[in-house]
Ligand binder design. Structure first.
Ligand code: WTA
Length: 649
């Protein structure tokens, strides 16, 4: 059943056990409601109280200030994010607690205590300093899921450099675009990465990208695969050689950072062409991921927490690195594919590391459910006490499978809704308190005023679909779009004057949110955020393509997949071979995750008289709904019929 139909019919409710509630941070809905009310009525008081749980070098002067639409939190305050994630935990007596468990795809893993992680971070911070990286400089990071990735991020945070991580599954072109936008001077990468037992030559991508990135002066390369990567004289150096030099000390004073200094840039797709660099700053972001992680994942001293996201996306930034470490938690990070060598890999990791909290994406749940219950049933999953999902709507069927087969009907599921821009989770159950409805992200977190609006800005009725908006600022929100403040204003605040999420949703009669998906040109393929514009421009960069339009269609496992309509140039011939070549071309230009599942050749695309391609109509063709709406404004309404007739099944 398609997601929308199944969530409209969903009526089941699941309650946390008394046992779970009794031990949790927020124990019932009365407590939630009371605290929620307080957080909305006196947000500054609420956040200031919580900010006291972090360690400050200097306390703030103002909690919140609206500077012409740009929000500033905790101005006048000074702290250091890496200090709060490492030194603060060590000082509290937990230096010998495991901070990070690294599970490689094959071979021996590694563990770091908080003390060891602190030393590694300090050493690498000193390496960066030696290479002349200064506070406020941008450091580009293009690494697979290896410990050097969080170490590099925390080292940047320690010396006040701004990190910009690019997902290692992106191609050289995507990397190049991001470097050219951030103007980074130093890049950290690896010779290669492992996935499904195969080696991907990351360094090759880097070498291609750097031909057009004059700002990069130094490249640090982690040896991961031993695949004889090219090391350019004067520019490139091995991580292990730099860090093992005698003069590199394992102590590095943390830089005293202003609350609103930049912490990181993370590029994400928006409605128009170029990916935007979402900027997060120090104190507000740290506080928000600290508190959401603590309460939503109900973290306890002995938990072992496993998040399957890649650190190249926001989920990894906030809920593998900064949220868990600032809480002194033990985090499991995994390098490879969920099905390597067999489809029980996640379940084996849970068994091996006695994972108590497991956080993954609906796509993974659907894919692994399809492999059969025998895989999880062979493993001991009894350590689990809490499950989470993120990245896309979860259909109730997948939710129920997750609850029964993985959670053995005893683990609450936190369906967490949020975005790169929001920094942390905004809508989610609190596991000890919130009654769960499969498919709903339930209620807003403290301090978050979420609502559903109609096109004219009025409030939608219960169960009426509309624009999901956030009506007040929160500490973890993006501060701007890197190098493009106007885009920040236009993309997020122009339409309603409050934060526009880009999602549609409905709120039911109990105030529960049901997220329905993106209403802009962003496509969530297997939970990955892809801009249709990025895929389209890579298609038209092919010599045979004149025009391209890309839309999502529902996919059983991936949630959404990409359907491309392509108009070829006059002398190019439509063929299966060219079709395959175009798919490959997108994989090479953007990354394999952006590869269209279907490419339909067309002679013409539906356009308005002003020449605008009507994606709404193409979407209704691709998903087979035939819900075209008004087509009389098209230059040639006949186009629709022809395209629909040739639709690929
Ligand atoms: C979608 C990922 C439904 C949504 C953290 C949002 C979700 C986009 C959920 C942001 C959820 C995320 N239920 N949809 N629980 N979580 N989304 O920036 O469309 O990669 O706008 O951040 O993912 O994707 P992003």
């Amino acid at each position: 059943m398609p997601y929308i139909d199944s969530i409209l019919k969903e009526k089941r409710v699941f309650y946390p056990s008394h046992e779970f509630s009794r031990k949790s941070h927020i124990k019932n809905m009365a407590e939630y409601s009371k605290l929620y009310k307080k957080s909305i009525e006196s947000p500054e008081k609420f956040w200031a109280e919580k900010a006291n749980e972090l360690e400050w070098f200097k306390k703030w002067e103002t909690v919140l200030r609206n500077d012409m639409g740009f929000f500033k939190w905790f101005e006048g305050g000074r702290l250091n994010v890496s200090y709060n994630c490492l030194d603060r935990i060590v000082k509290s007596g937990k230096g010998s607690k495991t901070a990070l468990i690294w599970e490689p795809e094959s071979g021996e893993g590694k563990k770091y205590t908080y003390e060891q992680l602190l030393k590694e971070v300090c050493k690498f911070a000193n390496v960066l300093k030696k290479l002349d990286v200064k506070k406020g400089n941008v450091v580009q990071i293009y690494l697979p899921m290896i410990p050097e990735l969080p170490i590099a991020m925390l080292a940047c945070a320690r010396i006040g450099a701004i990190h910009s991580v690019v997902f290692a599954g992106f191609s050289s072109d995507a990397l190049k675009d991001r470097i050219r936008d951030s103007n980074a001077e130093l890049l950290i990468t690896a010779d290669g990465s492992f996935r499904n037992g195969k080696i991907f030559s990351l360094k090759k991508n880097v070498d291609i990208a750097l031909k057009e990135c004059p700002t990069i002066k130094n490249v640090i390369v982690v040896k991961r695969t031993d695949n004889n990567a090219y090391i350019a004289n004067g520019r490139d150096a091995w991580w292990h050689e730099l860090i093992n030099k005698k003069e590199i000390k394992d102590i590095c004073e943390p830089e005293s950072m202003h609350s609103e200094d930049s912490l990181f840039i993370l590029y994400t797709s928006g409605t128009t062409g170029k990916p935007k660099g979402i900027l997060h700053t120090q104190a507000g972001y740290l506080l928000f991921v600290y508190l959401t992680f603590k309460w939503i994942f109900d973290i306890k001293e002995n938990d072992s927490y496993f998040c399957t996201a890649d650190i190249g996306w926001i989920t990894g930034h906030s809920y593998i690195v900064y949220g868990p470490l600032s809480n002194g938690a033990t985090v499991v990070m995994y390098e490879g594919s969920p099905t390597f060598p067999k489809p029980d890999r996640f379940w084996r990791i849970i068994e091996k590391h006695k994972v108590t909290i497991f956080y993954t994406a609906p796509t993974a749940i659907r894919a692994l459910a399809k492999e059969g219950d025998e895989w999880p049933n062979k493993c001991n999953l009894s350590s689990l006490r809490l499950l989470g999902t993120v990245g896309e709507p979860i259909n109730p069927e997948a939710w129920i499978w997750y609850h029964n087969v993985i959670g053995k009907n005893k683990c609450p599921i936190v369906d967490t809704w949020w975005q790169t821009e929001t920094g942390g989770i905004l809508i989610s159950p609190l596991p000890g308190a919130t009654p769960l409805k499969p498919g709903s992200a339930t209620k807003p977190f403290f301090g978050i005023l979420a609502d559903v609006l109609r096109e004219d800005g009025s409030k939608a009725n219960p169960n009426e679909g509309g624009y999901l908006v956030i009506k007040n600022p929160w500490p973890g929100m993006l501060r701007t779009v890197w190098d493009d403040p106007q885009r920040y204003k236009n993309a997020y605040f122009e339409k309603f004057g409050v934060y526009l999420t880009g999602d549609s949703a409905r709120m039911d009669e109990d105030g529960y949110f049901w997220i329905m998906g993106r209403i802009d040109d962003v496509i969530k393929v297997a939970g990955h955020r892809i801009g249709s514009a990025e895929v389209e421009s890579s298609l038209v960069s092919h010599k045979d393509v004149a025009e391209a339009a890309v839309v999502p269609y529902p996919h059983e496992i991936k949630g959404q997949a990409i359907y491309a309509f392509v108009v070829l140039k006059k002398n190019a011939k439509k063929s299966g071979q060219l079709n395959d070549e175009l798919k490959k071309h997108v994989a090479e230009r953007v990354g394999p995750i952006a590869k269209p599942d279907k490419i339909q050749f067309a002679d013409e695309l539906p356009k308005t008289r002003s020449g605008k391609i009507m994606r709404r109509i193409l979407k209704a063709i691709a998903d087979g709904s035939k819900d075209y709406g008004n087509i009389t404004t098209l230059t040639d309404p006949g186009v629709v019929e022809i395209l629909a007739k040739n639709r690929l099944n």
